[in-house]
Design a protein around this ligand. Structure first.
Ligand code: CDP
Ligand code: MG
Length: 704
């Protein structure tokens, strides 16, 4: 092994741990009603079965039906259907890979239990909704968009024929705004409930209410099924009026779990060692899935793997990154089988943690960490921190091995460390900005003060969200909060209320065209590409688009040039721009434009008069304004935000290092990592703030 990387591939660093049990608290308290299919409770049957020999033979190809028949859920379908018929609400707990996500909706449909309604299945992440729908369509010998479909933000693959509809929880929430009784559905299945996304938590409340209202109004009953492999059953069951809990016994294949003998101080390095150790010691016909925390880490690791692989003769590795910021089509690359003599190494964030099956993954390398966002409602800052996962998340990761054959999971932390982790992931609703959710709750006609949530967010966070929406003119009232007419219109857009406000106001500044492009680009993923080996070329290419006014107008320049380029793909390659993300932004823009048309927002363009665009940006983003600190100029510029946070312009911004530092800026995001940064930044005139939001500007002047 090349000493440059200081990697010893032969160091035996793992202890194998057998018969690992799930966190105790996932078993409900004895008083609760509990049904056990096949006789045993989950925590009694979960073994990692370390003695299972790892086959070196390629697995025998089973037909899809044969594969289905082997799944634990399929084996008990008769009894499961009985329970489903009997109960209006129920919880299904089953090992990862037992067939919950793919089989339960199918068996309901095969028994035609849904009647005239649809079976809606929510997923916390879009990639899960898409890939699961594809799999189920395949199992049902149909194509996606017919009987089986999916909807995710800005993409609808359903038709009037669709009966089994996979979707993100956010999409179902949007549907609930149009129809709080969710009359199109006879079944709602909330999958991976343990993830506790904000949308998922809000959905629980809405569905609970819809169930009651539908009984009262004598409309077809709404049946609700909550599914997960690792969740706090007590909490959910008591929230759903002590509904029954059904356990599916057994998993499809055993997974051996290994823990580190000693603590690793550098998980990225240890991950690299482990990947090559597995690669060296095990047959090439199985792939590796590695959990890392974010894009940068994934790209660095990908680079390191490729460099090391180059120096080992005959080292056939294909690296596939998988993170939320990757365009959907590129994400799906991870599902494409590698040729026979090549090993696929998938480097993923926690988006690969739940619900998905990537065929042929036998080895999971789990770093045990996740990058999580926390929000501080008093400062408006989001904190990005690398934190230890919960035990539930670690089990989910483990479950990704052993989906189609026995697997192994290498945990890059000690068994003691694992034992000390919190059993469940903290609900997002306790740590997220709430304004986007609050506007939706209000649009549903629900009083947030009495809304029945599983966990109530802190008062301070709710108040922060109310204040922001008031500043944006979206809500009114003190004791009881309601949407203003403009707030109602804003709630129709599936985007942050700060951006929908900009679209609402754009006709006043004659710049709907420009505002749409900017909002679409911000709502999509990054467009600039900067390959490590071509940094200089990429930076020269970017210079062509840079506007001294800042990042928003720079994005607009890119978009305009993209629309005018005749051979877009080639043009993007030459200019180090991401073709797929730009194409995606184009479709997002189209959908936002359609919504604007429906909201009767007048079409307009300001041409090169960019001041108009910046003024329009202020109408939504004024709360994100930052002023240069007294007596500070030049350099990277230190700013103070409207909430009093000190922040620097992010190095990725075109305004980074501008000298003298502009006096006043607006930004898209305020993010704290080791330092606090503002990113997506534009220069504005202080006078504009006084003209557009005088009250707010006066408060800021007092502060600065
Ligand atoms: O939801 P749960 O973890 O219980 O399992 P599932 O997602 O329904 O998957 C059951 C099995 O179907 C997996 O173990 C895989 O063998 C197979 N599957 C697959 O091969 N490809 C997919 N995209 C989804 C599932
Ligand atoms: Mg699942």
């Amino acid at each position: 092994m090349d000493s440059k990387y200081n990697i010893s591939l032969n160091e035996p660093s793992f202890n194998s741990k057998f018969n690992q049990k799930r966190p105790k608290s996932s078993t409900p308290n004895k008083k609760k009603k509990m049904k056990l299919l096949n006789g045993k409770a989950l925590d009694q049957v979960h073994t990692t079965n370390g003695d299972q020999p790892t086959s070196t033979q390629p697995p025998v190809k089973l037909s899809l039906l044969e594969q289905r028949k082997k799944l634990p859920a399929y084996g008990v379908r008769g009894r499961l259907l009985e329970e489903i018929k009997k109960n209006n609400s129920m919880i299904i707990i089953g090992e990862t890979g037992s067939g919950k996500t793919t089989q339960v909706p199918q068996m309901i449909h095969e028994a035609r239990l849904e009647g005239t309604g649809m079976i809606g299945v929510t997923q916390p992440r879009r990639v899960a909704a898409i890939t699961v729908a594809m799999r189920v369509a395949q199992e049902m010998s149909t194509t996606v968009g017919e009987i089986v479909g999916y909807t995710v933000r800005f993409e609808d693959m359903t038709s009037h024929k669709t009966k089994v509809k996979y979707m993100t929880d956010g999409m179902l929430l949007r549907e609930a705004i149009l129809d709080p009784l969710l009359k199109a559905y006879s079944f709602i299945i909330i999958d991976e409930a343990h993830e506790r996304t904000v949308n998922g938590d809000v959905l629980f409340g809405i569905i609970k209410q819809a169930q009651k209202d539908r009984i009262q109004k004598n409309i077809l009953k709404l049946k609700v099924i909550i599914m997960s492999a690792t969740m706090n059953v007590d909490t959910f069951s008591s929230y759903l009026d002590d509904c029954p809990v059904i356990y599916l016994e057994g998993r499809t294949y055993p997974v051996t779990v290994y823990h580190m003998k000693t603590k690793s101080n550098d998980y990225q390095h240890t991950a690299l060692c482990t990947i090559f150790q597995i690669h060296k010691e095990s047959p090439i016909n199985h792939d590796i899935l590695v959990f890392l925390t974010g894009q940068e880490e994934i790209e660095n690791t990908a680079y390191n793997i490729r460099q090391i692989a180059k120096e080992i003769e005959g080292c056939n590795i294909r690296v596939c990154p998988l993170f939320a910021g990757l365009p959907p089509m590129q994400q799906l690359e991870a599902w494409r089988p590698a040729p026979a003599n090549i090993r696929k190494v998938i480097l993923a964030t926690n988006i690969a943690e739940t619900s998905i099956t990537i065929p042929n993954i036998k080895y999971v390398v789990d770093t045990g960490v996740v990058k999580s966002r926390r929000y501080c409602s008093s400062t408006g800052a989001e904190f990005l921190r690398v934190e230890s996962c919960s035990q539930a998340a670690c089990w989910q990761r483990t479950g990704r091995a052993g989906r189609d054959s026995p697997g192994k999971c290498y945990r890059l932390y000690t068994a003691e460390h694992f034992g000390a982790l919190s059993p469940f992931t903290q609900p997002d609703i306790l740590r997220c900005p709430l304004a986007p959710t609050l506007i939706q709750i209000l649009a549903l006609g629900i009083d947030p003060a009495t809304f029945d949530l599983i966990d109530k967010p802190p008062d301070e966070a709710v108040q922060g969200a109310v204040n922001l929406l008031k500043q944006l003119g979206a809500v009114q009232g003190t004791d009881s909060i309601t949407l203003t007419p403009i707030g109602k219109k804003m709630s129709a857009f599936p985007i942050d209320p700060k951006f929908s406000k900009m679209l609402m106001n754009s006709s006043e500044f004659g710049c709907l065209d420009e505002a749409l492009s900017i909002v679409a680009l911000i709502s999509s993923e990054g467009v600039f590409q900067c390959p490590i080996s071509k940094r200089e070329e990429a930076s020269i290419a970017k210079n062509k688009f840079i506007s001294p006014l800042g990042d928003h107008i720079t994005l607009l320049n890119v978009y305009k040039a993209f629309c005018n380029a005749p051979f877009k793909k080639q043009w993007c390659r030459e200019n180090y721009l991401n073709f797929r993300n730009l194409t995606y932004a184009q479709s997002v823009r189209q959908q936002l434009a359609d919504l604007c048309l429906r909201q009767k927002i007048q079409s307009s363009s300001c041409g090169q008069n960019y001041d108009q665009v910046l003024k329009c940006l202020i109408t939504g983003l004024f709360v994100n304004s930052a002023w240069v600190r007294n007596g500070h100029s030049g350099g990277t510029g230190r700013y103070v935000t409207a909430t009093g946070m000190t922040a620097a312009v992010h190095p990725s911004s075109v305004l980074h290092g501008t000298s003298p530092a502009p006096r006043c800026l607006i930004y898209t995001e305020l993010i704290s990592t080791q330092r606090t940064y503002i990113s997506g930044v534009s220069v504005i005139e202080v006078d504009w703030l006084f003209q557009i939001v005088p009250e707010f500007a006066r408060k800021c002047r007092i502060m600065h």
